[in-house]
Write a protein that binds this ligand. Structure first.
Ligand code: JCZ
Length: 235
């Protein structure tokens, strides 16, 4: 799986990509992440990438030319044209179903904005798939693109050490239940003990206990997950 990230701040991504699971996946050749600085496609001596909005108003808008020309330059850098994803608060709200959909691609181009957002003609010309990571406002698309890379990469075969740990996580597949409570040593800490059932070794009993835990937690904390096709907890 190849990711191309188009951003004005590649440094924001570098640190994260150089750590832990993602770093290992890159080293193993399971995923490839290429960073592209949109400013490299800015015009003029001063390489200006933002400008004031027509019609007035606060803040600046990301100019159309550097964005369109950056995408057009990056596309031919691999065999596969890939799917262009633009991270904005206006997009389809990300959930595990969409993560699975993105993981089925061989290449993703992740377009990150800054300032007050993109010139509308970016959408008209490039027709990107617009995705939001949630209903809150970030300073730019970079953190959102990391969320996509992180969530998609762990679905790429071989990225997780234990393939089973994937299926059992919350929201994967059709079982929309929260994870059950987990414990490790010590058996007692500051008077808080591990439930007796987990220490007994009766695997059928443990399975039933965990399932009941999951259902109880989901009922108490995320009842919206028990209702169908709704990706919003506010109800
Ligand atoms: C550019 N502000 C790009 C995306 N889900 C979500 N929240 N906020 C964003 C986002 C905010 C931005 C830009 C300027 C994405």
């Amino acid at each position: 799986m190849r990711f191309d990230v188009l951003t004005l701040f590649p440094g924001i991504l570098e640190g994260y990509l150089g750590q832990s699971l993602i770093k290992l996946a890159i080293e193993r050749g399971l995923i490839d992440v290429k960073l592209h600085d949109i400013r490299d496609w800015a015009h003029g001596k001063h390489r200006v990438v933002d400008d004031r909005p027509f019609g007035g108003g606060p803040g600046m808008v990301l100019k159309v030319e550097p964005v369109v020309e950056c995408v057009e330059a990056v596309r031919p850098m691999a065999d596969e044209p890939g799917r262009l994803v633009m991270l904005t608060p206006q997009g389809r709200k990300l959930d595990q179903r969409i993560v699975e959909e993105l993981a089925a691609e061989r290449r993703l181009l992740l377009l990150c904005g800054r300032y007050e957002g993109f010139d509308e003609r970016v959408r008209e010309i490039l027709e990107p798939d617009e995705i939001s990571i949630g209903d809150y406002i970030l300073g730019g698309g970079e953190v959102a693109s990391l969320v996509i890379i992180d969530a998609v990469a762990r679905l790429v075969p071989g990225v997780l050490g234990d393939e089973l740990s994937n299926r059992q996580d919350s929201f994967s597949g059709s079982e929309r239940l929260l994870e059950f409570a987990q414990y490790t040593r010590p058996r007692e800490y500051r008077g808080h003990t591990v439930p007796e059932v987990l220490l007994g070794g009766n695997h059928e009993e443990i399975s039933r206990w965990r399932d009941e835990q999951s259902r109880q937690r989901t009922r108490e904390q995320r009842a919206d997950l028990l209702r169908e096709d709704k990706n919003d907890r506010a109800q």
